[in-house]
Structures are given as C-alpha cells and as structure tokens.
Design a protein around this ligand. Sequence first.
Ligand SMILES: [Zn+2]
Length: 458
Amino acid sequence: MNKASRLFCPALITPKNAVVKQTEQLSRSQKLLTDLGLIKSGSNGTYQIMPIAQRSLDKLIDLVQSNMQLAGGQKISLPILTPSALWKKTGRLEGDISEFYMVRDRSGKQFLMSPTHEEAITAMLATTSPISYRQLPLRLYQIGPKFRDELKSRFGLMRAKEFLMKDMYSFDVSEETARESYSAVSEAYDRLFQQLEVPFVKVNAATGMMGGSLSHEYHYVSTVGEDSLVQCTSCGFAGNSEVLTTPENCPSCQSSNLNEVRGVEIAHTFLLGDKYSTPLGATFLNTSGKPQSVIMGCYGIGITRVIAAALEVFSSEQELQWPKLLAPFDVCLIGPKQGSKEQQPAEVIENELLNSVGQLCGPQELLHDDRKDLTIGKRLLEAKRLGHPLTIVVGGKAIQQDSPKLEVHFNGGDKLELDLSETLKLVAEHSRHKKDLLLGNFKKEDGAKKSQAVGHQL
Ligand SMILES: [Zn+2]
C-alpha cells in the first residue's frame, strides 16, 4: 500500500507576488501536472517525471506492450545513437535536418540521437545472416526515448525535445503480407485506444518524410492540437486537412456539416514498402533461395504524448482526470484528523477499509493519505486535484450511531454518502470495469456515446 506521507511529490510553491518566468507555453493539464509535483521542467523542452506520473506512464507501457504482443510483436532495444552514415544512405539527411540532434564521438564519427529508428533496425537486419522467407513476418518493437530539437517546445510532455515512443517495425516477404501485418498492428492500436476510453479519430494521412504507400494517423481532438482535421458533426467521420482538401460533403454520410477541429497526433502507422530495405540491403532468401528486399511497415505511439493529450482532453482547470486504466491510483483513502473527537472510533473503520479496499483493488492501487496533521478538507482538495477515480473520506459521519456514512468523491465532482458495504461495492465495480477494459470487453451500451472512440477512417 502507498502512503501519501512517503510520496515524493515536489509541488511547485510560488510565493505570492512572485514574478514567474514562464519559459514555455503550458496547457491547463500541464500546468496542473507541474503545480502538483507530478512532472518537473528539466531544461527548456525536457521533463523529469516524478513518482505519481511515473506510475501512470508504467501502466500505459504495460498496456501498450500487451497489445503489441497480441499483434505478434517481439520486444528489442536499439541504441539511441544511430550512425549518421545510415541516414545518408536512405537520403534522409538531405532534407531539413535542423530538428536532429547530432553528436560526434572522440574519433569524429557522427551520430544522430535518434528521432526514429527505421535506418537502425533495417541495418540491423541487413547485417544479420541471411534470413529465410520462413522466418517472416517479423514484428519487432521497442519503447525508449526519442529526440527532436523542437524550435518551439510547448504544452509540457505534449511537445518536448525528448519523449518516450513505442516504435514497431514489420518485415514481410511481399506487399500483400505486409498489408496483413499492417492490419494486425492497426487492430492492436484500435483496441488500445478503445481501452483508454478517450474519444479518438483515425484518419488517412500523408506519408511525408517516411515515404511509403499507406498511412494512418490517430488523433485526440483538443484545442491545443497542432494538426488541422476536418470532422463531420453528423457521424463523427474525420479526415486530415492535408489529405481532405476542402470537400463540401462528408465522404461517409454525405452530410454538409463539416467542421475544422484541432487534433493531437498520438500514433501513426506507415506501410513503407522497400524504401529502407533496398538502400540498406535488408533482404531475405525467397522460395528459390534468391535474396529479395523485405517489405516493411513502421508503427509509432507517442507514449508520453498519449498521457499528456488524454489529460488535456479530460481535465478541467482545477482537477486532473485520467483514463481509468492510467490513473496513478484507483482509490485514495482519507482518515480522520489527528486530535479530532472522532479520531479513535473512525480509525477503526479506516483500518478496516485499508484492508478490504486493498483486497478489492489490489494494495498497490490504494493510496492512503495518512497525513493526519492535515485537515480532511486540505487532503480532499489535493486528492481531487490529483484526479483519483475514487476518494473515500472517513470523517465525523462515519461514527454516527444510526446509519454511519462514508463520503465517496468521484473524479469530476460528484459525491455520495454511503455505508461501508455500498462503498466497497463501488470499489469492486471500478475494478471490474478495469478488468473488462483489459480483456477488451467494451460496453455495448456506450456505443452511441463513444461512437468517436471506435475511430473513423477515410
Ligand atoms: Zn458524416
């Protein structure tokens, strides 16, 4: 079980009248994350992630990994440093390279601090002893930091110079089987984004600097988004403005109610063909034993960005709100204040709850706010700002002779007064809902409301 008194959570305390030197633009959720001590600015555009936010990040990583493994992915780790020579071979150093971090070793050899790993992984395969068509398809992924020297880093983790990515690469014998890999990974993405329960749109995308023939982007719709999307207000269909050049009617339902909205790109999939495998010599031996270029796909998810953007979509100015599967803790338990008249009898109930709630949601998912020198009100305010899905307060009403009550606060403002068994029932329901999401059992009745969450494809 986790105790609030032990949590390292360096909240930002700004003295009154202080002149705050804001070095970068923060969105409302990023401001809350910083103020509450969940993230700290390292240097301009880089972030230090503190324990509470790290819990959320680790949960997302686990969820992403389970979905990648369901799609046949095998995890690897590639070095952050990629020799620049590889990027010369694929022609990717010929364009605008101002966003790349380049470093030299003591011998003068140049490396990129990788913004992406197509060259590195293709070269890895090219220098492996010849693989047979029988070993394909191969789907390899990693989760690690990526680097981009943003001219304007902003909105905290949403657009930082160093960020965490999941990148998967698929290798196939033909365009046809590469499309099967593409579908398998796309299916895993759709499931992941449904599990997160944040409405998302999936749009056909331009292939841009990656090259290739087929590409989709996944977006969260938010005013802080940097991409321009066209969305149909009748059916939810969406397209990227770059691709969908001002159509008059919705290609899906023919409605003319098309709106421009802002999207935060959280994931991207590309069918690459042999754009990387041919120049870097990544081949396999075909059925006649002849070497042939592998056909590739690549699939990214901005791990830190998913969390930042999901929080931005859900949170208010005052309170964070997390996707259920990503909340740092499921339940926060606040007991009576030290020295209050109810302290001793209420602590009996508090201890009972510590045990029974811990059993229902798992002890690691329970945060016990044991800072009894603080008033209930102060602890409750902080709990609400942190956005715990359920906060249970054992206060004066818990020791009433007739019908003792606990206060249960939901993320987002609602509050109920319940007895012990009703409270435990809520905790159990929350855990069951999470379990359903993990199993991919999405509620049918939410279908209409969450029609957007299914994703719309051009
Ligand atoms: Zn429509």
